[in-house]
Write a protein that binds this ligand. Structure first.
Ligand code: GLN
Length: 554
């Protein structure tokens, strides 16, 4: 493989051992934050071993959230961590799956690009992986590459082999291997155990990779003796054994890894000279998170188990909204199905704000609508996102505009008032082309994905929040507000406070006669960061705090 290297970007490869869910993505993001705090530019890439071409069609309850980038890529939720912790902007090139790698190799084979040769995992698949990684070369000072899955997985082998080859090609000064493992505390023995880490490193060695740094997830701090023991068995220096202890808030991870010297070791090994890190903003952030002045309860419709991983960015954005208001945000999950049968008053009392998140399909829709009616009638702050916005339009149409049986055609294809429908033709600002679709179109291909501009109406909740006339937010949906009913709904009191610059796509709706009622067709949660809380989440939490104070005063 011939690649002209810039000799600028240094690559850090992060692998994981022992078991999944150790927080590799968070560790990568936190390391990125530490490098940025030393004035370096960083980017990331996640290499996922599964066969799906992207996570767009995967069940979010199985895979977790699908994170959407500005360029409309449907990516792994780790992209969300990377963007929240750093200034890096993720795109299609920052997330590859085995499926995508194989797909492109097979396409080349069909085009005859391999000139009749036998196409093999080594070198063809590994070459494809390496060129995916090397696309980042020259773009930043440091690129952090996270290998999904656990060392030892069959499907991850080509990725591990590709990074092994890269060390040979780029050299030690340009590559670094960080391995994240688990050092479990065994209650019965009353001590932590290093054996799983030893085995995991052995497995990595069998693939030809000697880790340079070990990051060990533990419940208890590792003593110097233990670090020495791990170092001895795993061929690393004791200083390169880093404790990654469980912390209260995920935003403490950069600080805790810095205290352990992770960034110092990384820079030392890569031969990079920088000044002292400026980590004060992280310290202040953690202080704010740990010492909130207020508490606020937000009700979210959906089951806890379903919501936890599949709405990662949403949860974080709510936390950020709390940070902006010095408030701790408590989340109350209200099953939409319980709402369908139960008493909404009883189920929703105690919520200072109600949020109906995005979703697909008709499960629990009636319950979600009940939550919206409750928020509207009782003047509880309401935030509807994507499906939540669409249902707020439907609720308004049915109950205020008196359009009996109004609905979204996603749930009721034969509704007499299709206020939300599949727009057959729409002008795509990003591509400058008119897109066409209908009910029979391919699922994946018909979503409106990625960043779109939106003009805000002066004096609206949205305009007050953003303090700007035009914004850009990320989308992931098929259905749209139906302009045929726009006038009728506006006459009945619905406020259209955001629309595409050509005014054909309705992006935000509000209610005037309400302390804060807003629904947006896009997903603002993808652009919220702890250091820069999203304006809509900030104002929603503020409205919820006001509501709480009002209730307390009776
Ligand atoms: N199901 C709705 C649509 O496809 C909403 C999607 C969403 O909430 N992300 O338009």
């Amino acid at each position: 493989m011939k690649t002209k290297l810039t000799k600028k970007t240094k690559f850090i490869f992060i692998t994981g051992g022992v078991l999944s869910s150790l927080g590799k993505g968070l560790a990568a993001a936190a390391l990125g934050a530490l490098l940025e705090s030393r004035g370096m530019t960083v980017t990331f890439q996640k290499l996922d071993p599964y066969i799906n071409v992207d996570p767009g069609t995967m069940n979010p309850f199985q895979h977790g959230e699908v994170f959407v980038t500005d360029d409309g890529a449907e990516t792994d939720l780790d992209m969300g961590h990377y963007e929240r912790y750093t200034d890096a902007v993720m795109a299609q090139m920052n997330n590859y799956t085995s499926g995508r790698i194989y797909y492109s190799v097979i396409e080349k084979e069909r085009r005859g690009e391999y000139l009749g040769g036998t196409v093999q995992v080594i070198p063809h698949i590994t070459d494809e992986i390496k060129s995916a990684v090397l696309q980042l070369d020259g773009t930043v000072d440091v690129a952090i590459i996270e290998i999904g899955g656990t060392i030892g997985d069959i499907e991850g082998l080509p990725f591990v082999e590709a990074i092994r080859q890269l060390r040979g090609e780029l050299g030690r000064d340009y590559t670094l291997f960080v391995h994240l493992t688990l050092v479990p505390y065994i209650k019965a023995a009353g001590e932590v155990k290093t054996k799983p880490t030893q085995h995991s490193v052995k497995e990595l060695l069998a693939s030809g990779i000697q880790p340079d740094i070990l990051v060990c997830r533990t419940e208890a701090n590792l003593t110097v003796e233990l670090k020495k023991k791990i170092a001895l068995f795993c061929n690393v220096e004791p200083e390169a054994v880093i404790t990654a202890i469980d912390v209260e808030s995920i935003y403490e991870v950069p600080l805790s890894l810095h205290e352990e010297g992770l960034d110092d070791r990384v820079l030392e090994k890569l031969g990079i000279w920088t000044g002292a890190p400026y980590i004060k903003p992280w310290e202040e952030l953690v202080q704010r998170i740990k010492n909130p002045k207020h508490t606020v309860t937000i009700g979210i419709t959906g089951k806890y188990v379903d919501l936890k991983e599949s709405y990662k960015s949403l949860h974080e954005a709510l936390v950020h909204g709390g940070i902006a208001n010095s408030a701790k945000v408590e989340l109350k999950y209200i099953s939409a199905e319980d709402l369908e049968e139960g008493d909404s008053q009883e189920l929703l009392s105690g919520c200072d704000g109600i949020l109906v998140p995005g979703g697909f399909g008709s499960r629990g829709v009636e319950g979600k609508m009940r939550a919206i009616t409750f928020a509207r009638e009782n003047k509880v702050p309401f935030f509807g996102i994507c499906l939540g916005m669409q249902l707020a339009v439907v609720e308004f149409a049915c109950n205020i505009a008196k359009m009996e049986h109004a609905h979204s055609t996603e749930m009721d294809p034969h509704t007499p008032f299709p206020v939300i429908y599949l727009m057959k033709e729409w002008f795509d600002f990003r591509t400058g082309k008119t897109e066409v679709r209908d009910e029979t179109s391919d699922m994946g291909g018909t979503l409106r994905l990625g960043a779109y501009p939106c003009r805000l109406k002066e004096g609206s909740f949205a305009h007050k929040a953003y303090g700007m006339d035009e914004i850009s937010e990320r989308h992931r949906h098929r259905y749209e507000f139906n302009n045929m009913y726009r006038e009728q709904l506006e006459k009945a009191g619905l406020v259209i406070s955001g629309a595409s610059p050509d005014n054909t796509l309705v992006e935000i709706i509000e209610l005037g006669d309400h302390p804060w009622f807003l629904g947006c067709q896009f997903h603002p949660e993808f652009k919220s960061k702890p250091m820069k809380p999203h304006p809509l989440f900030r104002d929603f939490i503020k409205a919820a705090l006001n509501y709480r104070t009002k209730c307390q005063m009776g």
